[in-house]
Write a protein of this length. Structure first.
Length: 159
């Protein structure tokens, strides 16, 4: 079974949403046979990836960083998507962190990177804004020798 994990920004500029969605869809459809998708279901890239992976017939494994993870969702729509996607997951891995801290996010990201055959990063190429951010997980995966596919468009910046 092919295992594809995701890391990516929570806030994706509106002008990039179509590009990100099509890039993720193409990457997921480019694999034959059974597939497992790994995501923490954070708002933005993680949720888009999980939706598309399920659409492509993948099994979804959810990595929950902390006991209070649901409380980190400020947007009610993102929380509703999280709950819906979590309910469709084939497997859930809950990390032992009681609170959603940078260390918890880093542990979840590295857990995904360790478990996958390929990491897809919806990433602007900039350093992480906090420990466990996209840039940190990309650096970790690359140092571990994992193939990383980056989806972004040059010249587009995050807020």
């Amino acid at each position: 079974m092919k295992r594809i994990g995701v890391t990516g920004h929570r806030a994706i500029p509106a002008e990039l949403l179509g590009h990100v969605t099509e890039g993720l869809r193409a990457l997921l459809r480019g694999h034959d046979g059974p597939m497992e998708a790994l995501s923490s279901l954070a708002e933005g890239a993680d949720q888009i990836f999980a939706e598309l992976a399920l659409e492509c017939g993948a099994d979804l494994t959810v990595v929950i960083p902390s006991g209070d993870y649901e409380a980190t969702f400020a947007d009610p729509g993102a929380l509703a998507r999280f709950r819906r996607l979590r309910g469709r997951a084939s497997q859930e891995i809950r990390l032992d962190y009681p609170r959603a801290t940078d260390d918890a996010y880093y542990a979840a990201g590295t857990r995904i990177a360790d478990a996958c055959d390929r990491l897809v990063a919806v990433w602007d190429g900039e350093p992480a804004r906090g420990r466990g951010g996209t840039g940190d997980i990309v650096a970790y995966a690359r140092a571990a020798g994992k193939p990383v596919s980056v989806i972004w468009r040059a010249g587009v910046t995050r807020d």
